[in-house]
Design a protein around this ligand. Structure first.
Ligand SMILES: [Zn+2]
Length: 323
């Protein structure tokens, strides 16, 4: 299915019986975790619902990701007011996905929204994006009722952008495509904290290959590794993690996907056969801080199957281009 108004190419296909992460914001409560002077992760009480962040300098405050709707956006803004009396001046979107950007419109006009050029370019068709995100809401369409406008970034950057909050510099990086074409990392160099959005999760959790195979994603992970020294990651979903180990795990998982599915494809296995035989998500396990429930364990399998599907489709594309 192609959509001329949608510059991102999110895979519309899903494995049979696929159940994506539950991002329904009902019951979502964000709690600040202090990671340094003026540096807070806003952690969701129920993983894998969306996490956020606040960084506070001597002059301004900056928020990371906007929440999935107006109500969550206001919850984030209330937390900022509890943490500081500095004016909220900036909002960064780590990805274009609605669970990170639908709340943009509920931030005041004077808050400057910043993201990568590609993220802004992917924010064109609100109805289509709502449809894609409904798959994560467990059939509950009411939670997006207050989302009528998709506020796009006011300022975009290409590869790197530094923001001075007053004696506190925040770096924004775009190293290339990952979960989406415009994945943006927010890096606070003093405490070496990185907000990684959908791009990188705590070790043990899988990537979500929504816009292509592992190839370009692996390159972007390597570029991140080469540029940033990260102590702590605050992912868009799931628990915080240690930087080096999370990057290494993601790389290892993606490389094994490529190898496993590549072999299957070369042996002439069909997609169904590949999904069946590669069903065991080797290398994946729930991080210790994530509650083990039937749903959370099933999520690993569902996401792995999605990744096998996306990787298989990439091999198909590659071989049809060669033919
Ligand atoms: Zn997300």
């Amino acid at each position: 299915m192609t959509n001329p108004h949608h510059s991102s190419r999110e895979l519309a296909e899903r494995p049979r019986d696929y159940l994506g992460p539950n991002l329904n914001p009902n019951g979502l409560v964000l709690t600040p975790h202090r990671l340094g002077e003026g540096v807070y992760a806003l952690m969701a009480n129920m993983a894998p619902k969306d996490n956020n962040g606040v960084i506070i300098g001597e002059k301004y405050a900056l928020v990371i990701d906007a929440g999935i709707n107006g109500a969550i956006s206001r919850q984030i803004q209330d937390l900022v007011r509890q943490l500081t009396d500095k004016p909220l001046r900036y909002l960064v979107n780590t990805t274009y996905h609605g669970d990170h950007t639908f709340g943009n419109a509920a931030f005041p006009e004077e808050v400057t929204v910043i993201s990568s050029r590609q993220n802004k370019a992917s924010m064109r068709d609100l109805d289509y994006e709502k449809k894609m995100r409904f798959g994560n809401l467990r059939g509950d369409q009411d939670v997006l009722a207050d989302v009528t406008v998709w506020r796009r970034p006011d300022v975009v950057f290409e590869h790197f952008c530094a923001i001075d909050l007053g004696n506190k510099v925040v770096e924004l990086w775009h190293f290339g495509p990952g979960n989406a074409p415009g994945d943006t990392i927010v890096y606070e160099p003093e405490n070496k904290v990185a907000w990684t959005g959908n791009f990188l999760m705590a070790a043990g959790l899988p990537a979500m290959l929504l816009e292509g195979g592992p190839g370009p994603y692996i390159e972007t992970l390597k570029a991140t590794q080469a540029q940033l020294s990260i102590n702590t990651i605050v992912p868009g979903h799931g628990p915080m993690g240690e930087g080096k180990g999370s990057l290494e795990h993601f790389l290892a998982y993606m490389q094994s996907l490529q190898e496993q599915v590549g072999k299957a494809f070369a042996s002439g296995w069909s997609l169904e056969e590949t999904l069946e035989r590669a069903a065991q998500p080797a290398l994946l396990s729930l991080p210790a801080s994530m509650p083990v429930t039937p749903e959370s364990e099933a999520l690993l399998v569902h996401l792995h199957r999605l990744n096998v599907l996306a990787t298989y489709r990439e091999f198909e594309k590659g071989s049809s281009q060669k033919a």
